[in-house]
Design a protein around this ligand. Structure first.
Ligand code: HAM
Length: 511
């Protein structure tokens, strides 16, 4: 059978978007654009500039910052090996020394990342195999050593683990260090928007590819006014979008030194150990891995027990308590309404002191539309200088869902003008008219083939066009074009110049 015939017999597979991912389609994308446009505008008024970090980074970056024990890093990342195409597979063991030379060259020129340990292991093993083969009568006697060498070589060739970003704070801190932004006037204020990836169980408001709009303030001081201003900015942004049912929760989780969070976590763990039997398996596991996360539990049966646990506010050190009190005062000065929530601990390891979360209406169980907090020390943890940091990320999918639930969805995007044309001469005029109208900013539908006027008007109606411009041979000959207003069926004749003027006027009246 020929290849073509075989292809024909194959049943075509229907492809679908992968579970947890989705297509964003018009007219909904118009709302996405409006939200993003508003973010650009509002954030710029607070002096933030946009950063666009890459979508994948070294896995290690997220493990170190978000925390290797967190659900995000331990269970939810899309991780893969970034095969280094510069290092071809080596078919012959005998050419290993040539290969090693090549690796060293590539390290030197910076074309592939250094893996000194991997290289040393390959070199050692290569020498071992070489010695063994020198004294051996057949290659079989060194089979295991050769196999080990091939494995080590493969590990070296495969290069580093990379992951699709589950969040962007780590990337922003990496970029801050990489571009020496500590030498810029402090604080550096950056914002971003784009897709993030977490392999969570999909449900309403929870996706595996979702979108965040976030902002980070890096460097300078940790003045409570900075915390408050960042929160004020999100609240203002939500206000501008007329998001309904906005509720801001704040907390302070202290810092990691002995007399503050560490002391509290010990007390919390001791209290949890006493009630362990009454908790579910998830919370039982968390007592060992991350006791603070037990406070996040939404399990009905655990709520009464959690209410009796020690509270962090009672264990903050003096500095953290003063910082928290000042943040609250600064929020009040800005007229930002908040609720204190001692159970707000957040699921990422890098936080300290201020944490906050915002919920909105119409979202069901996944109602957190924004989360953030302070993360002094994260930049240092990633190899940079000691740096203060605070920021937030908004779940854009959830923000859109909530806006839609409260009736803020835009209607289907119609057309300003549908050009109904008939005849060769009219076609040329229609093309010119379309060009001029689009140049003036009107949205125009120009049918590619001739249609009877009746059919064209039906089509214009279906597309939700405001006007139909009727161009037949008569109109072209007279230089007077007929414009039909579809809402009321009224019709009038215009010269080309008058038509533009008329449309402009009716546009400004309706907007
Ligand atoms: P996060 O709380 O993990 O924080 O995520 C922030 C927001 O992203 C959540 O409140 C939620 O609206 C949205 N989100 C998270 N996961 C999903 C999902 N699977 N589907 C839909 N939306 C989701 C962070 O990511 C931190 N980087 C925030 C931050 C910035 N903290 C300081 N700076």
């Amino acid at each position: 059978m020929s290849e073509g015939a075989a292809k024909k017999e194959e049943k075509p597979r229907k492809f679908q978007a992968i579970r947890g991912t989705r297509d964003l389609l018009p007219p909904e994308t118009a709302l996405w654009n409006r939200v993003e446009q508003t973010a650009h505008q509002v954030f710029a008024t607070f002096g933030f500039g946009e950063i666009r970090p890459p979508i994948f980074e070294a896995t290690e970056l997220f493990a170190r910052s978000v925390g290797s024990e967190t659900d995000i890093v331990s269970k939810e990342m899309y991780t893969f090996v970034d095969r280094s195409e510069k290092l071809e597979p080596q078919p012959v063991i005998g050419s290993m020394d040539v290969f090693l030379q090549r690796v060293k060259q590539l390290y030197k020129s910076g074309e592939i990342p250094h893996d000194e340990i991997g290289l040393e292991l390959v070199e050692k093993q290569w020498k071992k195999v070489d010695d063994l083969l020198k004294g051996a009568s057949s290659i079989e006697s060194g089979a295991i050593e050769i196999y080990e060498l091939i494995m080590l070589f493969e590990a070296l060739r495969l290069g580093g683990d990379v992951s699709l970003r589950p969040e962007a704070t780590a990337s922003v801190c990496r970029a801050y260090i990489e571009h020496g932004m500590q030498s810029l006037p402090a604080p550096v204020k950056l914002y971003y928007m784009g897709p993030m990836f977490r392999r969570e169980r999909p449900q309403k408001g929870r996706y595996r590819q979702f979108y965040q709009i976030g902002a980070e303030v890096l460097g300078g001081s940790d003045a409570p006014a900075i915390d408050a201003e960042v929160i004020e900015m999100v609240v203002l942004f939500f206000d501008r979008l007329e998001l309904q049912g906005v509720q801001l929760d704040i907390n302070s989780i202290g810092h990691s030194a002995d007399n503050c969070r560490r002391g509290y976590v010990e007390k919390l763990k001791a209290a949890l150990d006493k009630v362990k039997d009454k908790l579910g398996p998830d919370s039982q596991r968390r007592i060992e891995t991350n006791p603070l996360r037990v406070l996040d539990s939404k399990l009905e049966s655990e709520q009464a027990i959690i209410a009796t646990l020690p509270r962090i506010a009672d264990h903050l050190c003096e500095d953290c308590a003063a910082h928290y009190a000042a943040v609250k005062h600064q929020l009040e000065m800005r007229g930002v309404i908040y609720r204190e929530n001692w159970r707000l601990v957040r699921g990422l390891d890098y936080y300290m002191r201020t944490t906050f979360e915002i919920t909105a209406q119409g979202l069901g169980s996944q109602n957190a539309v924004c989360g953030g907090g302070r993360y002094d020390g994260l930049v240092e943890l990633l190899g940079g200088p000691p740096t203060k940091g605070i920021g937030f990320a908004i779940g854009e999918d959830r923000l859109i869902l909530s806006l839609q639930e409260s009736g803020k969805a835009p209607a289907m995007q119609g057309r300003d003008v549908y050009i109904a044309w008939m005849g060769e001469r009219a076609h040329a005029t229609a093309i010119r008219a379309a060009k001029d109208l689009r140049k003036a900013g009107f949205s125009v539908e120009l049918p590619p083939v001739e249609q009877k006027f009746g059919k064209a008007l039906g089509q214009a109606d279906k597309l939700g066009a405001k006007h139909a411009l009727i161009l037949g041979d008569n109109e072209v000959f007279e230089g007077l074009w007929t414009l039909k207003t579809l809402a009321d069926g009224s019709q009038a004749k215009f010269t080309e110049a008058d038509l533009l003027e008329y449309l402009r006027k009716s546009e400004s009246l309706s907007s």
